[in-house]
Design a protein around this ligand. Structure first.
Ligand code: AAL
Length: 416
């Protein structure tokens, strides 16, 4: 080959290579479908691991905005009235209804050592299930007790707490934790029981039986069945619940599933339990043909939205910055048995451990979001939050830890 010709050929090869390399650039406009080109692990994951490659298009991504409720009194925040763990919100009789743990005790919680027949050990000890209604979702009127504590030794004699609601064949069912010992004595051990009514205003009839029993000895859920959360799915009652396992020091919280054809049971626990490897106080709702979960506190997958095509096999769908705690969403299609779940736009949640250590109590608040197929709120999809420095410093080091780190830093500087 003549030298001139080989120079031209080499130049052309370089140009072609450059052009090909250019074609291989990831495009400026994010493709909706995964492009057929080499991708980094992160970009592969963007397409394969989430509901959509960007949160702007991810129907299971949302910012959450929180609002203080109007109409509920907390006795000046002295710790003698506490409301927490709201149920799903249900629409009935032209109103919204919510049920929740309500503690009205002569003193705030005093721990297991300070607890007695009338003094609560924990925020949810010596509690009852109360309910409130609202016409706008912001101002709530407390209507009084729905389920009181039954006399000893019935299920829940020590405390009834953490309810959630099911509407099934025209009747209402409240599932809740029934404590038969003071919380904190050994752990937070309890099973789940149920009361039913013809109307959301009651009267409620307790079944006085355990409907979701603790697991057998050695099982992950042998001690506690918490946060019962029923939905109607595939024509059956899918009741999700949380348990604590792996001892106290390195406790793991995860979510299981029990399924029944009758609200009174028997509930059959899913053999693959736990179905979420994380989460505490999980809120769930039908979404498309499957079930979506708000995996809030605890675990590798805390603060995520998850989705399963079958109510059992959940995958992370998005990561959330400020997820509501103990969410009780308004789920219009919670009990319709839909296979086209539309999602949620608001609900109630709680804030706990308010006030000084000896006056602790909890409040119920409202959250708004766009986790709905029928809404497209760009404002809710922008994940940025600008919190004041005080927000971050609130979780600061204690004085001792700070002093120790200062000393370590000084010693480190003295090292050669
Ligand atoms: C909550 C729930 C259950 C626990 C306690 C009250 O967050 O997980 O209800 O028992 O804390």
């Amino acid at each position: 080959m003549k030298p001139m010709f080989s120079v031209i050929l080499a130049g052309t090869t370089l140009l072609v290579a450059a052009a090909c390399a250019e074609e291989q650039h990831f495009p400026f406009n994010m493709p909706r479908e995964k492009p057929d080109m080499p991708l980094s692990a992160a970009m592969e994951r963007a397409y394969d691991a989430y509901s959509a490659p960007t949160y702007w298009w991810n129907e299971l991504f949302s910012k959450f905005r929180f609002t203080e409720l109007e109409g509920l009194d907390y006795h000046g925040g002295d710790g003698t009235i506490s409301r927490r763990d709201p149920s799903k919100v249900v629409k009935a009789n032209g109103k919204y209804y919510v049920w929740y743990t309500c503690r009205r005790t002569r003193t705030p919680p005093r721990g297991a050592e300070g607890g007695s027949d009338v003094i609560p050990s924990a925020d949810w000890d010596l509690a009852e299930i109360w309910y409130a209604t609202s016409e706008d979702g912001f101002t709530w009127k407390e209507q009084g007790v729905a389920v009181p504590r039954p006399p000893k030794p019935k299920v829940g004699w020590r405390s009834v707490s953490t309810p959630d609601v099911l509407v099934w064949k025209g009747k209402y069912y409240l599932y809740y934790q029934g404590f038969m010992e003071m919380s904190g004595k050994r752990g937070d051990d309890c099973p789940v029981t149920v009361s039913w009514a013809d109307s959301p205003d009651g009267p409620w009839t307790p079944c006085n039986e355990v409907v979701i029993p603790n697991g057998s000895e050695g099982a992950w859920d042998q001690f506690s069945i918490h946060d019962p959360y029923p939905l109607v799915y595939k024509g059956r009652i899918y009741l999700y619940y949380k348990s604590d396992f792996n001892g106290h020091y390195e406790m793991i919280r995860a979510t299981g599933l029990a399924v029944a054809d009758d609200p009174m049971g028997p509930f059959e626990k899913c053999p693959l339990n736990p179905v979420l490897n994380s989460s505490h106080e999980t809120g769930l709702f039908p979404f498309k043909g499957g079930i979506a979960a708000m995996s809030s506190r605890h675990g590798n997958e805390l603060s995520t939205m998850q989705w399963s095509p079958d109510g059992i096999n959940f995958q992370v769908a998005s990561h959330i910055t400020l997820i509501p705690l103990a969410p009780g969403p308004y789920v219009p299609d919670a009990f319709t048995g839909t296979d086209d779940g539309r999602g949620i736009t608001w609900g109630l949640c709680h804030f706990t451990d308010i006030g000084p250590r000896d006056k602790r109590y909890s409040v119920i608040a409202r959250f708004d979001c766009d986790l709905s197929l029928d809404k497209d709120d760009h404002w809710m999809k922008d994940p940025e939050h600008y919190w004041p420095p005080e927000f971050y410093y609130y979780t600061g080091l204690g004085a001792d830890a700070k002093e120790q780190l200062k000393q370590e830093a000084r010693q480190d500087l003295k090292k050669r």
